[in-house]
Structure formats: structure tokens, C-alpha cells
Design a protein around this ligand. Sequence first.
Ligand SMILES: [Fe+2]
Length: 460
Amino acid sequence: MVVKPSTNSTHMLQSDLKNSPTKPPRLDRMDRKGLVAYFQHTWDLCELLFSSIRSAGSLYERPDPLRNPLIFYFGHPAAFYINKLRMAGLLSRGVHDQYDELLAVGVDPDRPEHLHVANLWPDEATVRTYRNTIFEIVMEVIESVELPSSPVNDQHPLWALLMGLEHDRIHFETSSVLIRQLGVEKVRRPEGWHYAPTLGAPPENDWISSEGGTVRLGKSREDSLFGWDNEYGQLEVKVEPFAATRNLISNLEFLEFVEDGGYTRPDLWSDEGRDWKTRTNTTHPKFWVQADDGYLYRAMFDEMTLPLDWPAEVNAHEAWAYCRWKGENSRLLSESEFLLLTREGLPGSYDPLFAREHNLDFKYGSATPVGFMQEGTSASGFNDLYGNVWDWLMDDFYPLPGFQPHPLYLDFSEPYMDPEHSMMAGGSWATTGTGASKHYRLWFRRHFFQHAGFRLARSI
Ligand SMILES: [Fe+2]
């Protein structure tokens, strides 16, 4: 049986998405029906997102000059399945020699002038046909592959399929950030896509102390879900006492920084941050829109009044400048501190991926007011550690001891483990699949935008 891709995804409701099977397949209980449903849901997410683009011409725009045009990101997740399934021996040949290669690998340049963009992008109809062909091929693989009775591990050919599924979901989030940078007149909010409410001014953002403790990083090879290579390894860290803000920094708090001249004071910015700010002529957060009497806010598909109680979405340079403006040795959280906070008072088996009390996995189609998801509060009182928007961290991306690049995707993590890439944690409203797991680790260049914000921390 081959299930056809949804052709009517423009009318797919967010509630439909939420009611679909969104949890990743278990490695120890691989069942065909579950794989079919997860693949269909993963595919539909991408179709839904790109259905928001009004005109095919917009697919050839680069909303972020550091990224390929959108048409690449429409075709890329599909090409990835084919390339990895071939590497794993589950397919004997590709779909289209030229497109399989053209759409194979994304980009991560430091400067726009370092991006060499192909000018041979296929037209939209061709990419749609290419995608539809791949959908059928992947579905046939799922329908026919022999499912093992023992747990799937990262040496099993099915790992390539699981990798393709989670890669597709990662790109849902990164493509959503690109589409959010398209002109608002070029997109249409899919029917049923719901933004969170705003409740006005945010609550006072107080500091909470942590006495520190020992935290273990690294996912076990025995874990029942797929993991990316950088998640495995083992590291034990003794975390010294520190304090952090209860909530993510809100738009209201960040507005105070902007109105105090935060973007015009060179002393608040690192050399790298100052260079980025000057080069891009940035004077306010990316998703704020200058208006006659202040700022509007760009949600995924609409402009609206700036929701003062939603978290400020900024890049790492902006987050650090705010820390310096705030003074008192303010800084971002380390990865170990973040993990310590998320694990306090929770059983070791807890994983936000399986909980419904965080703004992950489309609980809302936007950020939520800081502290709004009270039932997702940690035992020590910190809000929004999981979900809402990512937390930028102070750490550069680094390998855990025992890290081994996965042979199916040697350049997934390793090339980025350097001082040019900073980490973030906790996931956002658009994070799904194993990206919403407590084990997931993420990194980007400091000038890059995600649905990401930050909270303040300091050593005590
Ligand atoms: Fe990719």
C-alpha cells in the first residue's frame, strides 16, 4: 500500500497536526504502522509550512542572505532521504542525479559573500514532482523493509530512515525561521494556525539561586529513541552555585535595553557582535518591525502589536549585549547549568518529548507569554526551560567525551564544534520529534536567528 502525500495541506488544521502521531518511533518496538504514520506526519509538516507561501516566485528568494533560496529547503529534506537510504543500502539508486546532488547539502557561511548560490534551481513544479516521487519511494521502503526483532542501533540500515525523519523535522523549524523573514505580504497563515494569547505586561522577572550539583551529560546507547551523533558520549560536570532569572527575558525587558540605546553603545558588544551589527545595520530584534510610534511584531505569518510578555527573540550577540547592559556579571547559562535546572525534582525518565505541559511540538503556533505554561515550571521555579523559545547558552558547541561522527552523516556535527558556533537548549514551540527530547543539542553561529531567546545567569 502506498499512501499518497496530502494534496490539501493548505486546509490542514493545526489541531489535525496535534492529533497526529507526533512521537518518534521506538528503537525497541519498530512497527510498520507507526513508521508510516510518523513519516506521513513529518511530510505533512513540511507541506503545510510551504503552503503558506503565496507565490512560487517567493521560493526563489533568500529571506536570509546567509542561506539558500527557499526552493532549496523545499527539496532538500526529500533529497536527504534518498541520499541516506542509498548510503545505507536500502535503495540501489537515486531519483535524479542532478537534483539528488544539488539539493543534498545545506550551507553555513560566515558572510553572505561566502555563499555561492547555484543559479540552476529547478522550477516549483519540478521540485513538487521530485518530492512526490520521493514520498512514494520512502513509503515503499517502509512498507517492504524487514523490521528487526531486536532494537535498532546506529549501525542498522533503518538508522538512515530515522535520520531522514528527524532531519526533515529539524528543517521544518529552520525553514519556518526563514519564512518568517519573508515579507508578510508574501505569506498566508494556514487555516487553523493558532498564535498564543498575550496578557499584557510580563510578571516581575526575579532571580532564583541554585546551589549547583553534579550533572551527567550524554545519551545512553541503550536509549529507546534515535539520537544524533553529538548526543552520545559521557561527561560528568560539577556545577558551582549560580543564579538565573525565573523567566526568559521578555520583549518588555528587551525594549528597555533598546530604548536605553543598547544598540548604539559599542562597549556592550563583543568585537564580533559589533561587526555583525554594523554590517547588517541592526537597531532592534529581527522580528520587531519599526512603526511610527514604536514597534510591531512579526509572528510567523502576521504582523501584530508587540506582545510585551512574549520572550525576546534575538541572536547570541544581542543576548550577550543585554547581559553586559544589565551588569552584575550577568551572562548566559552554561549547558551544564541548564541541564541541572531541567532535571531538578524530576525522575530520570522524564522527557519533555512525552509531556504535554511545554510549548513544544505546536502547542501554539508561536511563542507564549513568559511563565504562561505554569504547569511546565521546574521544581525550583524556573519557567519555560523546555519549549516556548530556545535558550541561548554561553558554551561553544563541543563534543562530549566518546563522541564519534556517524558514518552516514560525517559532517552533521563535527565541523561545527568550534568557537564560531554557540549552543542553545530547550527547544521552541516549533521543535518536534527527537528535537524536543532532553538529549537534543543544538548550535548555530552567534549571528544566526532561530525561535530563540535567553535568560540571565551569574555565578554566586
Ligand atoms: Fe539539512
